[in-house]
Ligand binder design. Sequence first.
Ligand code: FAD
Ligand code: NAD
Length: 403
Amino acid sequence: MNSSKPKIVVLGAGYAGMMTTRKLTQLLRPEEAEIVLVNKHNYHYETTWLHEVAAGTINHNQARVMLSDVFSPNRVRLIYDSVVEVKKEENLVVLENSDIEYDYLVVALGFETNTFGIKGMKENAFFIQDIDTCQLIRDHIEYQFARYKNSEDKDDDSLTILVGGAGFTGIELVGELVEKVPQLCKKYDIDRNKARIVNVEAAPTILPGFDEDLVDYAKRSLEARGVEFRLDAKIQECTEDAFVIGEDREEIKAGTIVWTGGVTGNSVLGKSGFELTRGKVTVNGDLRAPGEENIFILGDCAWVMNEKEGRPFPPTAQAAIQHAGTCAGNIKALLRHEPLTNFVFDDKGTVASLGVTDGMGTVFGKKLYGKPAAAMKKVVDNRSLFLLGGVKLLLKKGKVRPF
Ligand code: FAD
Ligand code: NAD
């Protein structure tokens, strides 16, 4: 590639990074800029499907897309390496195995699980972070069932799966677990009543802040299928085999403990000297970092204020994809010396799965429950694949589960 062209470096191949890269290839002529995408793996993964990988209700390969299947090497230079730090003053990104200079930088490195410093959480709980951590969860759960079956001195607690936090990640995870656990019980000939799924939440309700009717529906549906909720139960500590909850430090024992209690921006932001609000960069309206002419911060790394409601927009794939559109347009504007535009969020709603055939949510302001919601969730999942790789990718990886 011609090195005299301005170089755009995109960090992270999640929703924000992939869609920015794709849009840039559509908006810019090849001679206008060199486009480089840096990611720690040679694949993109559908973060919004990770709860299914963790429960083992889909194969991890379905949630992965090879970057070389989406981008032509003639158009996008792919670098598979981990970002260590951005040196803003030098227009340089330090990678684990090399360095790379940029003229324009897009930081789209996603989220990291936040344990809020809860004692023992980092050491003892599993996290829904990426494909690798989710495969560990899946394998660990199956190991607990296999070990139980084959041990003479059976410990029923080893079959319990504890999920800490009943936000959308925790709720979607227990929704998948109620599908998987009966299958494991059948496979290992274990009484279904011995395998508990317990979801612990500090707030008095699951999905705090979400629509009350939908929350009520989700809770009843999951309880009917065997999920136990412990509400108003703040986790104080995580030990090797238990959550310690509440002021009286009650212990709930388990063989598998998963923490889904919150997320924050990638720690590379802090290491690179960006000013942070709760682990994220408060971006300008045009999605640039404050004081930086050539650095955009997107997706779960960005703190984007919802001025109407006086709080930040929640970190979602929907927002990350929309950030990408604004960012790519603004990079084109910078290259062509045109005015930049501000990001405007177009909220299409929120849909959550509660297992394979159940779900709930709002779409364009309309409430959906049950099978229609589950079907809508698959439409949303498939749309993301379509946006990334068109019909070819949709046919290869799309979700067409029968009801
Ligand atoms: P990510 O998708 O996290 O991608 C970041 C990328 O950067 C990854 O590919 C990662 O490998 C790479 N990376 C990270 N660190 C480095 C490094 N140091 N060097 C190089 N590469 C690195 N949102 C919705 O709108 N709808 C949903 O239904 C929904 N469901 C969800 C279900 C689950 C289980 C979870 C966990 C989240 C869900 N979300 C959903 C939230 C959504 O997934 C995130 O908001 C979204 O993934 C953010 O996109 P992103 O591009 O910022 O980051
Ligand atoms: P979250 O912050 O939304 O939820 C975390 C939950 O953990 C909260 O309910 C919180 O009260 C609870 N919690 C925190 N500390 C606790 C403690 N000590 N003890 C007990 N409970 C505790 O995090 P999330 O669920 O991972 O979601 C992250 C983002 O991803 C959100 O913006 C969410 O909207 C988005 N997401 C969306 C979907 C969807 O749209 N289907 C699915 C998953 C995630």
